[in-house]
Design a protein. Structure first.
Lengths: 110, 117
């Protein structure tokens, strides 16, 4: 079967750094994406890794290790507005179909 | 830019009723997708389309049908609604891409909240 695992909840304080892990088991793999969702609204794209290593976009970074079927999203200098759900998603092939994890609810506290 | 627009935003149905959810995108994207999101289960792909006139099954297609008669529109139909189909439905679109190294992210609509009584 195909599955992605990520922690259900993470809590951190403003200004801190938090890492959200994702392990996956899928039949095909083109890359790993991360999406953010506020209060059940439209998910929005954060990052994509097709190759091993770290991708940095402002305060957010994403890492991939294909040999370990593992990735993580790193959020630095946390702000209250970062409180949201974060989903990892595997792109399985050329049609850009995504298989989503169950999401991690991040709560940022003052 | 409107992006991806879903109608309606909310709907309550009785068991056995039928309805169609409409998704429209103005970005000239080739690919379109329908997902459902249930508490604690993330987003699950129902059906998708890689171009006008094409459709394909996703992870959870049973009980749903789709049509893509025009490139900009992707319709999701429930022929006989069941309480198990109570969910939030998201539509997404993306440009075509074959290169695994690059990424064209999916753009999501705001969702349709559907309750089946």
């Amino acid at each position: 079967g195909q599955s992605l695992e990520q922690p259900s909840e993470v809590t951190a304080v403003e200004g801190a750094i938090v890492q959200i892990n994702c392990t996956y088991q899928t039949s095909g793999f083109y890359g790993l994406s991360w999406y953010q969702q506020h209060d059940g609204g439209a998910p929005t794209f954060l990052s994509y890794n097709a190759l091993d290593g770290l991708e940095e976009t402002g305060r957010f970074s994403s890492f991939l290790s294909r040999s370990d079927s593992y990735g993580y999203l790193l959020l630095q200098e946390l702000q209250m507005k970062d409180s949201a759900s974060y989903f990892c998603a595997v792109r399985g092939g050329a049609t850009n179909k995504l298989i989503f994890g169950t999401g991690t609810l991040l709560a940022v506290q003052p | 830019n409107a992006g991806v627009t879903q109608t309606p935003k909310f709907r309550v149905l009785k068991t056995g009723q039928s309805m169609t959810l409409l998704c429209a995108q103005d970005m000239n994207h080739e690919y379109m997708y329908w997902y459902r999101q249930d508490p604690g289960m993330g987003l699950r792909l129902i059906h998708y389309s890689v171009g006008e006139g094409t459709t394909a099954k996703g992870e959870v297609p049973d009980g749903y049908n789709v049509s893509r008669l025009k490139k900009q529109n992707f319709l999701l139909g429930l022929e006989s609604a069941a309480p198990s189909q109570t969910s939030v439905y998201f539509c997404a679109s993306a440009p075509s891409q074959l290169d695994r190294g690059s990424n064209q992210p999916q753009h999501f609509g705001d969702g349709t909240r559907l309750s089946i009584l």
